[in-house]
Design a protein. Structure first.
Length: 344
């Protein structure tokens, strides 16, 4: 039983996908955890996501706009293009049985990628003196006890990175339940996720669609590396890099086995099987491996990864999906050349 509830800030990054983002936010607001707030970051969407999210927030009977708008992009050294942060809201429970939930809506002004956009949310979260930052993909849905269960696992394990059990949107298939860092770096997606036992279990890598990070670990990363999530990756594989870094620091990563997340899978990044996804996931695995693998293990990775990726590229070429085949090969070559940041 929790005697003192840690404060958790939940960050939801939106890019072009207001519909899923609002569904995710609504599921979060139904949680029974007594001490959390929400930060929604619009990552420079060039559709009407920003206006729709603002309209939704300002037209809910139990949500009140508490502060005037202000251009807070300046605090994050962003390009100034007239885009604004829409300030702060409070979600009130109709029966007034609980304190209101604070909601902050931020606008980056430009697409900073998954890592950069979430870094904006994390920076704001840490300013609010939270104990943990929970990053949720915009295409996820959580159940009512999710935040409470993941908080219990965090306190029980003293872990720095805490993830949930990831299921598909139907709830019938387990997509991720923690895995080894080497397997994840090779992207052996054909291996079936295991079903863990107990309240929590230690793992090498937590799935990035629902990843809770301790305040202490985030500050340590910022002091040591200059960032929270690695902005050079732009998108995909951020959780791999965090897993390797935590292992090198002697920090623990776990899966909370009764914290279930329902994941639509890449609803905010053009799909799990898009050329963009294959490019970044290929390139970034190369970048991470070169940083954290040494000697024979690095060469084993090179041989295995190149073989697996050439096979996958050939498979998509035979299916006449030449854009995916090309993206995989380009990711390999750019990974060798240490190309970072946005590409496609």
């Amino acid at each position: 039983m929790i005697t003192k509830y840690p404060k958790i800030s939940i960050v939801i990054l939106n890019w072009q996908n207001w519909s899923d983002t609002l569904k995710c936010l609504q599921s979060v607001l139904l949680n029974n955890y007594p001490k959390y707030d929400c930060i929604v970051v619009d990552n420079g969407s060039n559709n009407d996501s920003e206006q729709i999210i603002v309209h939704w927030l300002e037209n809910q009977e139990n949500i009140v706009n508490k502060y005037s708008t202000s251009n807070e992009g300046k605090a994050f050294n962003m390009r100034q293009n007239g885009r604004r942060c829409y300030g702060n809201y409070e979600y009130y429970y109709v029966d007034k049985s609980r304190s209101p939930i604070h909601i902050t809506l931020l606008q980056t002004g430009i697409n900073l990628g998954y890592s950069g956009g979430n870094n904006v949310g994390i920076e704001r979260a840490l300013k609010s003196s939270c104990d943990y930052v929970l990053i949720l993909n915009s295409d996820t849905i959580v159940n009512q006890g999710f935040v409470l269960n993941i908080a219990k696992a965090a306190l029980d394990s003293s872990a720095s990175v805490i993830g949930g059990l990831i299921k598909d949107s139907s709830g019938k298939k387990i997509l991720a339940s923690g895995e080894s860092l080497f397997k994840n770096c090779l992207s052996l997606g054909f291996l079936k996720p295991r079903i863990p036992k107990g309240l929590w279990c230690q793992t090498g890598c937590v799935n990035g669609s629902a990843m809770m990070l301790s305040r202490t670990m985030l500050i340590q990363r910022k002091n040591q590396l200059g960032h929270y999530l690695n902005p050079h990756l732009f998108m995909f594989c951020e959780e791999n890099e965090i897993g390797f870094w935590c292992k090198a620091q002697g920090l623990k990563s776990i899966i909370s086995n009764n914290s279930v997340v329902f994941h639509k899978v890449s609803g905010s990044s053009a799909g799990a099987y898009s050329s963009m996804a294959f490019y970044y996931s290929t390139r970034n695995r190369m970048i991470i491996a070169k940083k954290y693998f040494k000697g024979p293990k690095l060469w084993l990775f090179y041989i295995s990864f190149f073989l697996l990726r050439f096979m996958r590229s050939s498979y998509y070429f035979l299916l006449r999906k030449k854009e995916i085949a090309h993206a995989i090969l380009l990711g390999l070559f750019d990974g060798v050349k240490d190309v970072t940041g946005p590409k496609l």
